[in-house]
Design a protein around this ligand. Sequence first.
Ligand SMILES: NC(=O)c1ccc[n+]([C@@H]2O[C@H](COP(=O)([O-])OP(=O)(O)OC[C@H]3O[C@@H](n4cnc5c(N)ncnc54)[C@H](OP(=O)(O)O)[C@@H]3O)[C@@H](O)[C@H]2O)c1
Length: 201
Amino acid sequence: MRSGPSWTWGYRHVDTTEFYDNERGVGAALADADVDREGVFLTTKVWRTNLHRGDVRPAVEGSLDRLGVDYVDLLPAHWPHPRVPAAETLDAMTGLRREGLVRHVGVSNFTRSQLAEALSVAGVPIVTNHVLYNPFVDRSDLRAYCAANDVALTAYSPLATGEVVENAVLQRIGRRHGKTAAQVASGGWSSRRASWPSRAR
Ligand SMILES: NC(=O)c1ccc[n+]([C@@H]2O[C@H](COP(=O)([O-])OP(=O)(O)OC[C@H]3O[C@@H](n4cnc5c(N)ncnc54)[C@H](OP(=O)(O)O)[C@@H]3O)[C@@H](O)[C@H]2O)c1
């Protein structure tokens, strides 16, 4: 059985979305990996054009089919849609969670007020808000709101798509501690600011 470098290095969180059009490839890599399904935390997301009540189920069933799995561990709404009430989307996701097709429900790219609306109507915990987060963007308000509401803020582009690596200030801090700029940003800066909801422990 083949096992690519990512699995060999111990990566166990796979994060994809219907929008990236790569779920078949991800599914093939999962099937090929020397890792049990239960040993992987698999996330896929519902794109913003599929957030209406009647569109969520077919979108998720399509993702499961392309991924070749019976369930995903986390299903965030990929991007809020201004004309689709959060209640509609979350209600549909809750139904899928009840049936075991989805273990946890989340959101992505939600502002504080959009998250507040989602929390006020959700019948299940919203376990994460997945947002752009790195030393060059100020997310202190959203971060505090997530922490206060037991929602994990998870970062995408934590290295600012590579910009962090070239940053002179982060490089200087790293030199002082025998670390790279990327390690300062991910291991130091982000982790110390991470919110750890009680249910994530
Ligand atoms: N939820 C959403 O709406 C959303 C939106 C945007 C992105 N995302 C997710 O975020 C993921 C990451 O985005 P990103 O590429 O901007 O992430 P990133 O972690 O900020 O940047 C990774 C880039 O940094 C480079 N890099 C240079 N030195 C590195 C080092 N020491 N360690 C690690 N990387 C280093 C990598 O180069 P190499 O290519 O050479 O490895 C890569 O191009 C995407 O794949 C996507 O799934 C989610």
